[in-house]
Design a protein around this ligand. Structure first.
Ligand code: ATP
Length: 439
């Protein structure tokens, strides 16, 4: 007999089917045994009757056994239907059961509970098993939809997908947040952004995007940093200015949220969350934000840079003033942005750059880049760097490059803030932090 997916069982009422899946929960009621079975498509209740051939085979079967079951799909009486399950109108009467794989150790955590109720370390130490919990799995169903939707939005906008190298010969952008690795007989570095390569690709394809691993050697102990994350990058040419980039990013975010609200209703509701409403994302200059923070919260910014607390406050202000969960902060001071950031025409002490904040946390950083080689070289010097170290990068702009810019968007932070997760690590399948390299 061919396998029937659990989601399809309601269409097979009155028929014998074969299903495969894990035992979610076993419940014994007198001589009756109830087994909730789950596969990747859904969950169904099954029942083993006392006189049936299967009753002996089911004697040892417990939660998390992987099984194959043949049985009869029966419609449940109206008053016994389970409205919470798509398959709640039917049940499976087990005729035979075969164990395909069984746990050989005591389960360290009970994944059948609605909430695992374990601390972050325990959750991550038992990551593989924890992923069998429906609520934990929901995070990654949504994550998968973020990736799919980003891809879809980018392609719809005419962006070409690229993959850029993650092993680099030099710590290109400078700074201390590079991991050094051994590369045959010399040193190499893990990429901390696809910045230079995506600009190079832009100079040929005009619009490119990348979904790629980003490595950061920052010894952070925060709820929003990990040392390896997946960046959703984009770069676009022939822009009129930074606003064009924000328009594209706003379109992309709205597409992601719309898809999630349609495809992940159960997952969102298991966290009691919903996607942001569809209002236009406000744009606020960082200098204005500084004024707002001072006036509304009595908060002073150091070096005109906004910290985590300031980001939270400004998001709160934007929510109550404009009803938006997202906000663009624009025109960051030149000193706070990388050397390739385009200075504002009217005031070169600020740049044509922005951050996108979502529910209190920065999720993306972007802006217009300098596209003229000579100006770039001058700026590299102004930043106290040696233009010789950036020869390949500067050369991109010696062949004629249009005004351009783009963004780096953190995939995990989107999911973290969407579901209100305490730590970004909950939204990373196997997170890497200062202390954690396993599992
Ligand atoms: P932060 O100020 O929060 O440390 P950043 O300014 O270093 O972030 P960028 O280098 O601009 O971040 O990276 C672009 C995006 O990548 C960020 O907005 C964020 O969503 C994500 N990101 C950056 N660093 C990390 C990290 N260590 N862990 C997870 N995501 C990150």
């Amino acid at each position: 007999m061919e396998r029937t997916l659990i989601a399809e069982t309601p269409a097979h009422a009155g028929e014998d089917v074969l299903i495969r899946g894990w035992i979610d929960i076993r419940r014994d009621h007198g001589k009756l045994v109830f087994l909730d079975i789950r596969d990747h498509s859904g969950k169904i209740q099954s029942i083993v009757l006392p006189g049936s051939d299967a009753i002996a085979a089911v004697a040892d079967v417990r939660g998390e056994y992987a099984v194959e079951i043949e049985g009869l799909i029966k419609e449940r009486p109206e008053k016994m239907r389970n409205a919470d399950l798509p398959t709640g109108g039917v049940e499976l009467e087990v005729k035979s059961i075969r164990v395909l794989g069984k746990p050989s150790v005591e389960m360290p955590i009970d994944v059948s509970q609605t909430d695992l109720g374990v601390n972050l370390d325990t959750l991550l130490n038992h990551r593989t098993l924890a992923l069998r919990n429906a609520k934990v799995r929901a995070i990654f169903t949504i994550y998968s939809e973020v990736l799919r939707s980003y891809d879809e939005a980018m392609r719809a906008g005419g962006f070409v997908e690229i993959k850029t190298p993650k092993i680099l010969g030099s710590a290109t952008e400078g700074g201390a947040n590079f991991f050094k690795i051994k590369y045959f007989d010399r040193d190499a570095f893990l990429a901390q952004s696809p910045q230079f390569y995506k600009q190079a690709a832009m100079s040929a394809f005009e619009r490119v995007f990348e979904v790629g691993t980003v490595f950061r050697a920052e010894p952070h102990f925060t709820t929003r940093h990990v040392n390896e994350f997946t960046g959703l990058d984009a770069e676009m040419g022939f822009i009129g200015g930074m606003e064009d980039i924000m328009v594209e990013l706003e379109r992309t975010m709205k597409h992601i949220f719309r898809n999630i609200s349609e495809a992940c209703k159960t997952e969102l509701s298991s966290y009691g969350e919903s996607v942001p409403n569809d209002v236009a994302i406000p744009r606020i200059r960082l200098s204005e934000a500084e004024e707002i923070l001072r006036a509304e919260y009595g908060k002073e910014l150091e070096n005109h840079d906004i910290d985590g607390e300031g980001e939270k406050m400004i998001c709160e202000y934007v929510k109550k003033t404009f009803g938006s969960d997202l906000v663009f902060l624009t025109h960051y001071p030149t000193k706070l942005r990388p050397f390739y950031s385009m200075p504002s025409k009217t005031d070169p002490s600020i740049t044509e750059t922005f951050d996108l904040l979502f529910r209190g946390v920065e999720i993306a950083s972007g802006g217009q880049r300098i596209h003229e080689a000579d100006i770039l070289v001058e700026n590299i010097r102004t930043f106290g760097l040696d233009p010789e170290d950036f020869k390949d990068y500067v050369d991109i702009f010696r062949y004629g490059a249009p005004p351009h810019g783009g963004w780096g968007l953190g995939s995990e932070r989107i999911v973290q803030k969407l579901l209100g997760l305490g730590s970004i690590k909950e939204a990373v399948l196997y997170p890497r932090d200062v202390k954690r390299l396993t599992p």
